[in-house]
Ligand binder design. Sequence first.
Ligand code: PEP
Ligand code: MG
Length: 576
Amino acid sequence: MSLALSGVGVSNGVATGRAHVPQREVLEPSEYVLPQHLLAEEEARFVRAVNAARQRLKGVRNQIPVNTPVEIAAFIDTHLLMMEDDALSKAPIKFIKKHHYNAAWALKMQRDVLVAVFEQIEDPYLRTRKDDVDHVVNSILRVLLQSDDEIIDPLEQQRSDAILVVDDLAPAEIMQIRQRGFVGFITEHGSPVSHTAILARNLGIPALVSVRGAKRYIQQNDLLVVDARESVVLVDPDALLLDYYRGRRSEDERHHVALDSLKQCPAETTDQYAITLQANIEVAEDIACVNATMAAGVGLYRTEMLYLNRADAPSEEEQFENYLQIVRALNGKPLTIRTLDLGADKPWREGFNAVNPALGLRAVRLCLKEPALFMPQLRAVLRVSAFGDVRMMIPMLSGLTELQHVLHLMDEIRAEFSRDGIVFNPEMPVGAMIEVPAAALMADAFCEQLDFLSIGTNDLIQYTLATDRLDDEVNYLYDALHPAVLKLIQMTIDAGRRAAIPVAMCGEMAGDTRYTRLLLGMGLKQFSMNPRALLEVKRVVRSTSMCALTAPVERLLRATAHDEIAACVTVINEGL
Ligand code: PEP
Ligand code: MG
């Protein structure tokens, strides 16, 4: 019998596939003491197991598609190197010879020795590297114990048409999920504005978060339909429902063809106001989608993906090359590089143990505390500014002191570059994200020192309403239309207008067609969004008359009650 579970959809698509519900693997070898005459064979068995595990991993390495972020391959390479290291490939043999242990137990003994060393390391980040030891040990143990394969191990299994059902996912895991061939995912927890959800949306992976009871009701291999638009997952749908979804798919395809015809059309309202529609990207490969939708450049490049899934920070050179690749692909269109926004749900070394990660050492705060992390990026951004229309944007500013500190570091680098003859654009625009209420309230002062502002509604909403964007328990309070949020957005737009500097919006609100007309009516002229949403937003822009918006938007901005605001939005969106 079919079962429907509801959650919160994070993209528009539908995915059909078999459930993969990972079970925590228990790989507990038993201890045996072997007689002398069996030792040589046990040694050989261990060597064969290491080789088999290595071959398996190499097989995965060879199947990585060419456009995969380099860090995925680097991650696998690290594990391959560890497997080849004497500490794992030879030391257990000594245990077999000396103590007559069986191979699995000998490996476990050596694992304990290595983990004990890691545990004594003070650096919390390096300490967590013991997980890599466990990962590699488990892949050898799995061969030795002939463990069955029903375990999620993103590095070791290529799936097709599978839908992952888990408690929660970290942003770093999303990239691996896509590489492993999952067509969708469902999490019991999480929120639609988490970075995990944003990544899924940008990658076009249909997903549902906050599906209570998912792991209880969904069994391994159940047939699932994830309908992200309707925020529902169907378990074992009957023939009628499958038929309906086949129909929906054709309907969606027709809709996409119709939207495609808008690519060449200008983004302007019916009364000829030109609107700039740009794209948000997470990795260099996203540029293909940006160009395919003919976006007017990149309004937000979230550079932190380059830092995730790896042990060390990318060098200045690696960052420069990465930015250059994007600048070239954009062919003269602007690239807005946001400086690192690590911390909170994208942990980097220290900081992920923060008392309250969303309010802790995140983004520019972390960067200013760790110049060794920040300076290579600032240098790379400035260097690449010589090659195209590059802009730099600073996230999470809460006051002018932080801003001045960053501007001072930029001045230092400019002076050094001028001295050393390194080319850069001295006029490279520098802007700020307005995503902390304090920054919105200070927007006039920010305008005096900057070339542009960009409103990050994902964080602005969470910080204004004191509602953690990751916490599904308080999702119901997360409201883009809250009058306090709208007031801060309006203040920022007005400050930009007074100072004659551009104000964009790059939070998820900018790509949500429910808000397009409202934002246009508030005076927003630049939107940056998930490129997959761009043509849909363009369609709304092209069906909107700015003049007709003035009165209903003014009415909405005066309203304070939720129902009244909702009614105003309905009026504004009439005919969509
Ligand atoms: C935002 O906060 O709106 C934003 C665009 O930044 P991020 O989602 O990466 O925090
Ligand atoms: Mg943000």
